[in-house]
Ligand binder design. Structure first.
Ligand code: MN
Length: 132
């Protein structure tokens, strides 16, 4: 998986349509339309220059390194500041689509990848949301 110039580490099936591929410097902007199948999620990661997600379909789960989880639905925007460790993915029983907008650095796409979100961690995130 992965659109042009994009490499994502994921659990489950995730497909990326490139909306805007980074051009020659000084351009560093990129945008992908990311399709997650149910239960699919990124590994933990951070973005050197931050990231804006715009949810277009389904139900998105977003988790931070300290275990906080939020839910986002179509039309909602979630901004992740530079360097904040997080993951994003679909709810367990439906697909999710979001636009991901971010700027790279002089050296690449600016993403730093961490460990995968294990099944028990994902289930705990879902349970935490259902308990609200
Ligand atoms: Mn991200």
């Amino acid at each position: 998986m992965g659109g042009a110039g994009v490499t994502w580490n994921v659990t489950g099936d995730v497909y990326i349509d490139a909306v805007h591929v980074r051009k020659a410097e000084p351009s560093r902007m990129a945008c992908g339309c990311v399709h997650f199948t149910s239960g699919a999620r990124t590994a933990g990661h951070s973005h050197a220059v931050g990231q804006t997600l715009y949810i277009t379909e389904g139900v998105a789960l977003l988790g931070t390194r300290d275990g906080q989880v939020i839910i986002a639905r179509p039309g909602q925007v979630v901004y992740t500041p530079p360097g904040e460790e997080h993951w994003h993915g679909a709810a367990p029983d439906e697909f999710m689509v979001h636009l991901a907008l971010y700027e790279g650095t002089a050296h690449g796409d600016g993403a730093t990848w961490l460990e995968h979100v294990a099944d028990d961690q994902y289930k705990a995130a879902v349970a935490a949301l259902e308990a609200v």
